[in-house]
Write a protein that binds this ligand. Sequence first.
Ligand code: PLP
Length: 379
Amino acid sequence: MNVTENVRSAIGKEVICHRESDFDDLLLSVENKVLKLFEIKNVNNYRAVFITGSGTAANEAVLSSVVGNKNILVLSNGEFGERLHAISQIHNANTYLLEFPWGKSLNLEVIDAFVKRNQIDVIAMVHHETSSGMLNPLGGIGALSKANGSVLFVDCVSSAGAETIDMEKDNIAFCSSSSSKAIGSYAGLSFVIGETVEFEKLKNLPVKTSYLNLYKFYQFSKNKLQTPNTPAIPLFFALEQALANILLEGVANRHAKIRRKAKLLRQGMLKLGLNFLLDQKEMSSVLTNVFIPININFKNFRQKLREEMIIIYDGKGCFKGRFFQVGNIGELSNADIRFFLSVQKEALLNYERHQPVQAISIIDQIPLLPLYKNDVAFV
Ligand SMILES: *Cc1c(COP(=O)(O)O)cnc(C)c1O
């Protein structure tokens, strides 16, 4: 993951005292910038709180703090949806799960019927399901959540900074994200944006964790412009700079630039005869899951790319051994993408010399995924 030069130098700034007004100013600046990144119009109705810890810390803060003794439904169509479910189960006795196959879209009718049938107080979901690369649509779920009077929480860890998220239009009470994915800073800082009225409601709920108590973060931020515990100040400097970079470029311009890069990357890979898990219109603009051609040795292929300083990931979970993941977040130039494509071409040709590469072109040739055991509903 590459960060820009100015983010690299921001992390090395001289550290300030976190109980002095310098940090109050820094926290306020980062909060204002995050609200701008999310293009919040009524900024008085929202707050962002910052947690020293990676994206999972923000997710756990929300899941342990907003449900109380009520019912929560987790929607899942991949690894990160499953993780939300696992976290929720630890904190919330009444955790329901609607699980859809990995790489398949969430079925709104099924969800709507489930929410209507059960008393669902909170709905939790992932925006960009990073295991498949699928961008789950927020509009439909936001509307059904509103119609049902549920509180909607969306994990935006891998989408914020690359995709449009409209909390106001889509009725999202809480969003979580982190510094290190599409926002382009270092790992280790996460945040939760929430509606002020929803933060206020947390006051009356049982406290289930101490360090990740979301209401405490809100109170400290509101009353003192502070965090409850010692913040990782260098990471705040770096995040502030990364956000400033995006805002300088313009949020919409930034999204469009990432989309163009994804297009270049995907067109290039299609030209090489590679095939994708998803239809391009279902994909986020930061990640592509690619079928591993059946006669290549993935380990060697990966190693070949690694020798050229290119890192690709093996598929996650049930995608392991079937797909590899190509991410295009971070500071990538078009030249970097072309270089990646040429190295990939060379590596694939290598196999072709020995035996022709057979790309698997139809997704259905591979039986899609075991449907996982589901404790509540089976979709
Ligand atoms: C990466 C990721 C997380 C976990 O973030 P960490 O920074 O590893 O804690 C959570 N949700 C999604 C969608 C992610 O992509």
